[in-house]
Each structure stands twice: as C-alpha cells, then as structure tokens.
Design a protein around this ligand. Sequence first.
Ligand code: ATP
Ligand code: MG
Length: 419
Amino acid sequence: MKVSTFPIFTLKDAPADAEIISHKLMIQSGMIRKLSSGQYSWLPIGLKVISKIENIIRNELNAIGCREILMPFIQPAELWKESGRWDQYGPELLRFKDRNDRDFCFGPTFEEVITDLIRNEVSSYKQLPLNLFQISTKFRDEIRPRFGVMRAREFIMKDAYSFHSNQKCLDETYDIYKLAYTNIFKKLMLDFTIVDADSGNIGGSKSNEFHVIADTGEDDLLLDESLNGMNLEIAKIKYSEDDLNKIIKKSGLIHKKGIEVGHIFKLGKKYSESMKAKITLKDSSMTNIFMGCYGIGVTRIVAAAIEQNHDDSGIVWPQSLSPFQVVLIEIDGAKNEQVRMYSQKIYNELCASNIDIIYDDRDLKMGSKIKDWELLGIPHMIIIGKKETENNNVVYKSRLSKDKKEFALDKLIEKISKS
Ligand code: ATP
Ligand code: MG
C-alpha cells in the first residue's frame, strides 16, 4: 500500500477535549473522527486495526465450531415485548416508529432476534448443539458517552449465541467459550483478567467478564495475587459492606481498574421460556432450549489496546494489532528519480515476501514523516534516501528504540519475518 492511495489523516496536536490517552491518540493519528456524541467514523488506518481484531476473533470462534451470521440492526418491538425487555431496558434502548406507526428499536444486543430465528428453525434435540455469531454495529443510547470509542453509542460488538438441549451441554460449552476468549485476548497481546460478574440487563445465572487492566478503566475489580477475582459490583451484591471489608483484608485482595472487553453469560432458559423456543427430546418430551451468549467489544478493544501500549511519541502497536507490519519512508523521492526507483524496488521485494507494508511516498520532510509513523505506532520503520540508494542498503529503526541501523535488504527481511 502507498500513502498516495491509502490516505492518512494525522493531526499536529492532540485534540483538547479528549480526556484519556487512547482517545487523544486515535484522533491525532487519524484512526477515527467524531460525527456526533458517541458516534465515530473509522478512517482507513483505524479500520485496518478493526479487521485485525475481527480476524483473530473469527479464527478462534470458527475453531470451536461457531459459525458466522448477520442479523438486521433494526429490530421490531414485538420481539422485545415478548421477552419483556421493551419495558425493562430503559432509555438506553433507542426506539422509533416507522411510517406505518409500528415500533422498532436499534439493536443494543440480539437475544430476542436470535431466539426468534432459532425457534423457527430448530424443533428437535437432534439439531443441537448449535453455535452462531455475528460481528456488527450495536446502538446503546448511553447516558454519558465518553472516552471516544471506549464508551460510544454506536459501536461494533461480536455477539455469539449457543443453543443446547440440556444444562450439561451448556455448562461444557460455556467453558469452551471461556477458553476461546482467553486465546483471543492472548493473541491480541493484551494484559487481561477474567472476573465473576453481574448479569445485568442480559440476565441468566452465571457470567464472567474479561477486563483489560488499565488505570483509565471504568470498572472496579477485586483481584488476588494471580489476578483472579470479581467485579466490585457483584461483590457488593453478594456481601454486606462489613463482610466485604473483612474478605478484602483476609485474602489480601487488591483493587484494580479494568476496561470490560468481553462478557459471557449462561442464559439458561430466560429467553426460550419468555419467547417459547422449544424442542422435542429423545423421549418425545418437550423442553425449552438452554442458551448461552458471549460478547466482545471489538471497537472498545482498539482503545483498550492503546491504553496499554503507548509512549510519549504515540501508539506502540503490539505486532498482532498493528495496521501495518512495516513502514517504508522515502526521503525526497518526489525530487529524486533514483530514490523513487530504489524505494519502489525495495517495496516490491517486501510485498513479494508477504510483508504487510505501507510506503510513505508523500512529498514531505523526513522529520514529519517519521513523527507521523511514530504516532501511528508501526513496529518497524525503513528509511531510504540518497545515501541508501547509492549504498544499496536501507536504514532500519524499531518503534521501540531510538537507534537507527543499516541493513542489506535480505538481512532485513529475515529480521522482520522473525519478529
Ligand atoms: P458496560 O458495563 O461497559 O456498559 P455492558 O456490560 O453493558 O458494558 P455487554 O452487554 O456485556 O456490555 O456487551 C458486551 C461487550 O460490548 C462489553 O463487554 C463491551 O466490551 C462492549 N460494549 C458495551 N457497551 C459499549 C459501549 N457503549 N461502547 C463500546 N463498547 C461497548
Ligand atoms: Mg457486560
């Protein structure tokens, strides 16, 4: 990719109104732009990070036999009235009428729609278990949208749903998702923890949250030494204040802030009972379907990853999330035909080695180009000017070090491919 056809929109200064570092850096590096409160457009470089996250999620879910679908964003009120959530959900559910005066809402979550789909498709235990997921836009009319995409109104969530003919199968599957989520967050190279949580608006008997640990997190976590524990919210429901203080002292629990990036629920029969989703069992008796649901905040992960990976110059992407593996910075290529031709040759060879590379062919000073790509956090930087063209080598700089080194191209490809 060349910057002449893959535009970047970096800003000189951080926006004054952004309160946390990830929000500042996402705006300044041109990943996102605000449309209105809690709504953001994703620019090419931001969208590339999203697709990296989505691919990691897709691969792990496919590996446990969960298949992708896509459901409509706008949902009819009838289904929400059936489940009882039309009245329970509150103002976060953005409601409207169509031209025929029928009630609808923008989907904040999809238990109703998927339960409706499955009750029409599945009638026998022989068709279960079944695992489906989607990656799509959700809308919640949050009371205080803030921190950019961290707490947005419109955001991308991956939501998966599982269907079973008995509790044992649900229990086993829940543990499989827990493990798949652990693999996903490890592959995303995030520092995270799993805690017991409250089921909130979604419901069900058991739930676990996945949190990225960061001081800017909005959740309070009580963790032991190995970082296992619970959300303070649920601890307060379970124990009196006195008991809780005793437990914290006795077990030496520590208080940390977390960003909730994933949440899994054992729903049991909550939706299948209210919405009458039934199957026939082997002995010809009927049962309501047992369900689980499993969410990951895709766009929130982008912000959470930046909270954990930045320095004074900007973002420091972990390899797994970086929009590009390598940036090639050409010095004065617009003025020097030789430099342009040599840069193009190096670019072609890196592309041929399957290295995901962006070639900065803008007519800008070297200093501003380097500043932009440090802000954008690309792990490897190659610099090519007149000297390198004559010497038939390249200058290499890692995002994490100030030092520059000269390399012959084949040695460099080896180094980058290994990292
Ligand atoms: P929160 O407690 O942060 O409001 P939630 O518990 O209401 O989140 P869930 O219903 O569990 O959210 O949704 C699944 C995932 O979707 C969350 O774990 C989170 O990562 C993401 N998510 C939820 N609300 C938002 C939001 N307003 N902006 C961005 N991501 C969100
Ligand atoms: Mg949650």
